[in-house]
Design a protein around this ligand. Structure first.
Ligand code: PMP
Ligand code: GLN
Length: 380
């Protein structure tokens, strides 16, 4: 096999889901809901198929979806993206990430990844021949040290990747923190890829600040998002890239040869779904807030102590009060002995060992699943 994938392993999500099945464990590992997305949106998808939207879509995405993506960025964030020249539809955010990195990175270019990171960033950087350079978001608040970030930048640094709201920690970046990173990107003339797939999963009044809205950041920011989390339909795999015209052109050149076009009826359905966002979101957020509160209370009762996350559907739970084991071994023990599957976060780090003292729990699960997990963990 090719050198560029020589050190690749099975992704942690696949590994944990397999172990969960083999051990008949309650699966709070891989991030996806164990319940279905909205009935009305599934009906739209079915109707779109019946209406004959079943052949190849235009490679950059159907006009209707690009228009609706543009509309919501304008409505929610006052951002103006031209659907013709600045928005591209992809097979989920995962393809978007791959495409952006492939479009921008030459062999030997360095890319700053803030760890813990979503695992596909580093894989995509390596596939492009780039060099991932980790900068740690330090526990327990997962904050960046400005000097450490500055030190990691060299003349070869081209891109910085930021994820907000943040998987796996559930952190929602404060504006001052974003401005810190943004000012460094400007000072060193870097592109910034902002992965905002959890943009609508926010609790307790937290507000999403798209990186592209920060002063002077619009031109250098590439925003990636997707419909999977927002509509609780992760298997639909509809994502998008918003970027300036030049970067969009480069991304489209890659995308046309990676997947060419994205599922037509699913794009049609998501386009219609986005027109209903304002009505849909309050119920969506309160559903997940209920799950977060339920599971947080259960974890507190079990004796775990940590700050309640303000975003995403993950909790990064400190384990050192319970065990001397590292995350990977403790995760294995919980799967085998307690029948609860979680993700060991050290898979999301290249440099720091801070992740060894945590486990990531996904609470996008039926209340009964969350209660079953808590019951299995009784007396830890
Ligand atoms: N970025 C982050 C931070 C994620 O958590 C995920 C979802 N697993 C993705 C990107 C990929 O999203 P999609 O399912 O749309 O490919
Ligand atoms: N984003 C989800 C997670 O973080 C899963 C995505 C995947 O399986 N690649 O768990």
């Amino acid at each position: 096999t090719a050198l560029r994938i020589a050190d690749f392993k099975d992704s942690i999500f696949g590994v944990i889901s397999r172990l969960a099945r083999e051990n008949n464990a309650v699966n709070l590992g891989q991030g996806f809901p164990d319940f279905d997305g909205p009935e009305w949106l599934k009906e739209v998808a079915f109707r779109k198929m019946q209406e004959g939207h079943n052949q190849y879509a235009p490679f950059q995405g159907i006009v209707g979806l690009r228009q609706e993506v543009s509309n919501y960025y304008k409505k929610f964030y006052s951002l103006n993206y031209n659907p013709e020249s600045e928005i591209t539809i992809t097979v989920g955010a995962t393809e978007a990430i791959y495409v952006v990195i492939t479009a921008l990175i030459n062999p030997g270019d360095e890319v700053i990844v803030l760890e813990p990171f979503y695992d596909s960033y580093v894989a995509s950087i390596k596939m492009a021949g780039g060099i991932p350079v980790p900068v740690t978001m330090h526990a327990p608040d997962f904050t960046i040290d400005r000097q450490e970030l500055e030190k990691a930048i060299t003349p070869k640094t081209k891109l910085l990747i930021l994820n907000n709201p943040h998987n796996p920690t559930g952190k929602v970046w404060a504006k001052e923190e974003l401005l810190d990173v943004a000012s460094i990107a400007q000072k060193h003339d870097l592109y910034l890829m902002s992965d905002e797939v959890y943009e609508f999963l926010l609790f307790d009044g937290a507000k999403h600040i798209p990186t592209a809205t920060l002063d002077g950041m619009l031109e250098r920011t590439i925003t990636v998002s997707s419909a999977g989390k927002t509509f609780g339909l992760t298997g639909w795999k509809i994502g998008w890239i918003c970027a300036n015209e030049k970067v969009t052109r480069a991304c489209r050149l890659v995308h046309q040869y990676v997947t060419f076009a994205v599922s037509t009826p699913m794009q049609e359905a998501v386009a219609e779904g986005l027109t209903k966002l304002s009505d849909y979101l309050p119920g969506f957020v309160s559903l997940y807030k209920g799950k977060r509160d339920l599971f947080y209370t259960e974890m507190k009762n079990l004796g775990f102590e940590f700050a309640i996350p303000k975003g995403t559907y993950f909790m990064m739970v400190p384990i050192s009060k319970k065990t001397d084991l590292k995350d990977v071994d403790y995760a294995m023990k919980l799967i085998q002995e307690r029948k609860v599957a979680t993700v060991p976060p050290s898979a999301f780090y290249l440099k720091s060992t801070e992740g060894e003292k945590y486990l990531r729990f996904c609470f996008a699960k039926k209340d009964e699943t969350l209660r079953a997990a808590a019951k299995n963990l009784q007396g830890l």
